[in-house]
Design a protein around this ligand. Structure first.
Ligand code: DQA
Length: 143
């Protein structure tokens, strides 16, 4: 089974983001971590990153049309992009929201997710393993 993994803005710059919050993995290392875990759990992964809202929306449309399950870290768009929320709602296959950090333990503006309401569930706070836990949840949802 295929899974589309979408990473939002600034996640490709994990090398220069605060490692106390986001950990020590670079973005290429994170992609390898996700791809390996996907293979372990029987998925073919397509891992993408964009800083651009329109691009992320087009990828969600693609997943909706192909009925592909999605794991998405919308990054800062989590907190305010109604356009990404509406596109995520179009995906009828399972869609799981993930975060490296635990947004609920951070600044107040991160306590709101406009995406969670259209996701099957949200996993945050486990660093790169948030994606691994999402893959396990997805496996159960698609079994
Ligand atoms: C994030 C949390 C967001 O609040 C933040 O804007 C990000 C990354 C995370 O993975 O912890 O860019 O989604």
């Amino acid at each position: 089974m295929k899974v589309l993994v979408i990473n939002g803005p600034n996640l490709a710059r994990l090398d220069i983001r605060d490692s106390a919050i986001y950990g020590d993995m670079s973005y290429p290392q994170l992609v390898a971590h996700i791809e390996n875990a996907a293979k372990t759990h029987g998925f073919t992964s397509d891992v993408r990153q964009s800083d651009d809202e329109a691009t992320i929306i087009s990828w969600l449309h693609e997943a909706a049309d192909a009925n592909t399950p999605v794991i998405i870290n919308p990054a800062a768009f989590t907190h305010y992009s109604y356009a990404i929320r509406d596109a995520a709602e179009l995906v009828k296959a399972p869609l799981i929201e993930v975060h490296l950090s635990n947004p609920l333990a951070r600044e107040e503006f991160r306590h709101t997710s406009v995406i969670s309401g259209v996701a099957n569930g949200t996993i945050g706070g486990f660093g790169p393993n948030s994606y691994v836990l999402a893959l396990i949840a997805l496996k159960a949802l698609t079994a």
